[in-house]
Design a protein around this ligand. Structure first.
Ligand code: SAM
Length: 235
């Protein structure tokens, strides 16, 4: 997968060279490039923002410097998917991560200040006919799109075949697990059951006996009950 990131803070993305995603880039599974929006800005101050029409607090990111950064990428690959993180977007979920993990090319556009001139998504969606997704990490406001992009990139790219050492890790995890019991809760998405490792006793707390019983049926039943109980607590 190819990922381009347009930002005024390319330094935010240095953690992507660590751990699994660093290895995935070394293995050729992932190619990540950052593009500094300031390099597309004009004037002595290299401004990328201006005051909002209609008045109000804060500044808005101007469309043209963004277009200057994005156009070469879009022209080279009109099939890319543009992702604009924004608290007013649709919720980014595990399901969305799974769907986006099959894309060949993603472009993340990171907002700052009060956000991006609304004509940017409109233009690329309606005039340039690019797939544009405005996605929110959750119901809170971050200072910029960089942290949101990092979170989305990690959630999406760990699903690419070969990125995780053990692909089985992707099967039994939160928001992926489904209740397949056949009763009334069947089909519901669950969160992962609690996990334990050695030693069997730690600071007076024991590992649940069933997990050391060797009874795989009992273990599966216990895990399903725990996953259900945890999921119920969230609702
Ligand atoms: N004025 C905007 C509003 O109220 O919707 C918030 C702008 S926020 C301070 C600046 C940037 O941070 C946004 O353009 C977006 O890129 C990013 N951002 C903030 N919260 C986010 C969230 N929950 N999900 C995704 N991106 C977010």
């Amino acid at each position: 997968m190819k990922i381009d990131i347009v930002t005024i803070f390319p330094e935010y993305f240095t953690p992507l060279s660590l751990s699994l995603l660093g290895k995935a880039q070394g293995d050729g599974l992932l190619e990540i490039s950052t593009h500094n929006l300031r390099e597309r800005a004009h004037g002595v101050h290299k401004s990328v923002d201006d005051t909002p029409y209609g008045g109000g607090a804060g500044m808005v990111m101007m469309a043209e410097p963004i277009a200057q950064a994005i156009d070469p990428l879009v022209n080279a690959d009109p099939e890319l998917v543009m992702i604009i993180p924004t608290p007013s977007g649709a919720r980014f979920t595990q399901e969305r991560a799974v769907e986006l993990s099959t894309a060949e090319h993603l472009l993340f556009l990171c907002g700052r200040y009060e956000g991006i001139d609304a004509r940017v998504p409109e233009y690329y969606r309606e005039v340039a006919q690019i797939r544009v997704e405005e996605l929110s990490l959750g119901d809170y406001v971050l200072a910029g799109g960089e942290v949101a992009s990092l979170a989305m990139i990690e959630a999406i790219t760990r699903l690419i075949p070969g990125v995780l050492g053990n692909p089985d890790s992707l099967v039994e995890e939160s928001h992926v697990l489904r209740d397949v019991s056949g009763d009334e809760s069947a089909g519901e998405t669950l969160v992962e059951y609690p996990n334990y490792t050695k030693p069997p006793q730690w600071r007076g707390l024991d590992v649940p006996e069933v997990l050391t019983s060797g009874n795989h049926g009992a273990i599966a039943r216990w895990r399903l009950e725990q996953a259900r109980a945890r999921a119920r607590k969230l609702t």
